[in-house]
Design a protein around this ligand. Structure first.
Ligand code: PEP
Length: 280
């Protein structure tokens, strides 16, 4: 049976989706460049990625770049297998919102993905669960795939509150947009204590939360839960990607620091390709 990719399957009927087995979810590796790069640096990085990834057969790959470089990413990637996206989006469609960027504007530059609710936005820019849910809806209204970030801080984990925190973050988007909205969304579980710290959740720790998240979605709709891509983010590198991606509920990674290093990012992509059974 050919592999069907739920993230690219707009034309596939729900009957077809129902034929999917959980192990057939495509892995997705998405880079989050954060506020890094320059025209010159990006040219080198994008050039190395396109050279190193002639095909993404068996998995999906994207880079989420700063707004000013969307045109550069579009020009460099449009004829390649690598997709691109942004790191934030306004909840508003248009208007007097100085400094904001709408989902329609991201569409204009060919974005497929947009990250919403990254912990840095939640912490440094005061974004709460309700705003993240509105941003997810704004993205979906334009046909973008939101990568919705959830995850607990170290003190929350130590207090035994991990499940309560990710539940509240997940429930906010499901309550606002409906569980059906998760058919065209990606969830990224990113424990805040692992982001940019060099500390990675063990594959077992990550799997436990991924399975919990999938189970919570399954309580509303088992079919959507089976097809939902749940990425892990937090200090993923070439050296730990294989073990993480081997976990049954880890469907790829949201990659920060390592996405700025072509060799590291390509190694993570290779781990995704091998985990999807298309290696070699
Ligand atoms: C991130 O910021 O989404 C992230 C996962 O960062 P890092 O890989 O650097 O921990």
């Amino acid at each position: 049976m050919p592999q069907i990719d739920p993230l690219r399957a707009e034309a596939v009927t729900f009957d077809s989706f129902d034929l999917l087995k959980p192990e057939m979810r495509s892995k997705l590796v998405a880079g989050n460049w954060k506020m890094h790069g320059s025209l010159t640096e990006n040219e080198a990085l994008l050039g190395a990625l396109t050279k190193g990834l002639a095909s993404t057969h068996g998995f999906l790959c994207a880079v989420c770049v700063p707004f000013p470089y969307l045109a550069q990413a579009q020009a460099a990637l449009q004829a390649t297998a690598i997709e691109w996206g942004a790191q934030d989006v306004s909840e508003h469609a248009k208007g007097a919102y100085t400094g904001e960027v709408s989902a329609a504007m991201l569409k204009d530059f060919g974005c497929r993905y947009v990250i919403v609710g990254h912990s840095e936005r939640r912490t440094l820019h005061g974004e709460d669960n309700a705003l993240v849910a509105r941003k997810m809806e704004a993205a979906q209204r334009q046909g973008l795939t939101p990568i919705v970030c959830i995850g607990e801080t170290l003190s929350q984990r130590e207090a035994g509150a991990t499940e309560a925190v990710v539940s509240a973050q997940l429930d906010a988007v499901v309550e606002r947009a409906g569980v059906g909205a998760l058919q065209s969304a990606v969830i990224a579980y990113e424990p805040v204590w692992a982001i940019g710290t060099g500390k990675t959740a063990t594959p077992e720790q990550a799997q436990e939360v991924h399975a919990f998240v999938r189970g919570r979605v399954a309580a509303k709709d088992a079919g959507i839960a089976e097809r939902l891509a749940i990425l892990y983010g937090g200090s993923v590198k070439g050296s730990n990607a294989k073990a993480l991606f081997a976990m049954p509920d880890i469907d790829g990674g949201l990659i920060g620091g390592a996405s700025l290093d072509a060799a590291e990012f390509l190694a993570i992509c290779e781990a995704a390709r091998n985990a999807s059974g298309s290696g070699g």
